[in-house]
Design a protein around this ligand. Structure first.
Ligand SMILES: [Ca+2]
Length: 228
């Protein structure tokens, strides 16, 4: 598995952020994702992080430094965003979220509902009076609220989803054929180069080149078809 570091390239673009800003209301819940980061505790969760929109272009969320207030434009520098809104019409406790950010409540690395520190989704749940209490699931011995759990919850409507990932997943699925084909292709030429006078090496080399070319061709065609 390859992890590509791309600090400046995110799939969520300016036009997406404009859509988000038009729809956002104070108290809305934001989920986000980075394609190239490992999710650690939220492994298996598509969404990696949650925050609360508190108005005035600010998001309150719990990150490794603790509970912080951050500009919505910075928060949206990521690869996928979702806006969730309570179905019951009650607004999240924005003032409480702002107070927790001022107090710099530490990040809860224990993922423990009983202590006073908060991980990202726990913070959002707390400022919503535990609206998501039925959406927790047992992970690694802890009862944890994942961002996917919030996304799927029947307590909220999904107002907007910006997600470019779906096509990428299918594209990656067929990527191995292209890579394997290219390697065989290269090995074929290497075999021929090593044994230029030996007919057996030349035959093996030609075979590998032919097989590699076919495999790489199939892989590339499938990848192109899936990108459409
Ligand atoms: Ca906690």
């Amino acid at each position: 598995m390859f992890i590509v570091y791309r600090p400046d390239i995110h799939r969520v673009r300016g036009e997406d952020v404009r859509k988000i800003l038009i729809l956002l209301q104070p108290g809305d819940i934001l989920l986000r994702r980075f394609d190239q980061y490992l999710n650690t505790i939220f492994d298996g969760s598509f969404w990696a992080h949650a925050g609360l929109y508190v108005g005035d272009n600010q998001v309150v969320h719990s990150v490794s430094e603790g509970c912080v207030e951050e500009d919505i434009l910075n928060f949206c520098r990521c690869d996928a965003v979702a806006i969730l809104r309570r179905k019951d019409g009650v607004t999240s406790q924005v003032s409480k979220a702002l107070m927790l950010a001022k107090m710099h409540i530490p990040y809860d690395y224990d993922f423990n509902s009983a202590n006073d520190d908060y991980y990202c989704t726990e913070l959002v749940d707390v400022v919503n009076d535990h609206l998501f209490k039925d959406d927790y699931e047992m992970i690694g011995g802890n009862n944890i609220l994942t961002p996917d759990g919030m996304f799927k919850s029947d307590k909220v409507d999904v107002i907007l989803t910006i997600n470019y990932k779906a096509k990428e997943v299918r594209h990656m699925k067929y990527g191995w054929k292209t890579i394997a084909g290219s390697i065989l292709f290269g090995l074929g030429y290497a075999a021929k180069a090593l044994g230029t006078t030996d007919p057996m090496f030349i035959a093996i080399g030609d075979g590998l080149i032919a097989l590699g070319a076919v495999l790489a061709g199939v892989g590339a065609r499938m990848a192109i078809a899936n990108k459409k």
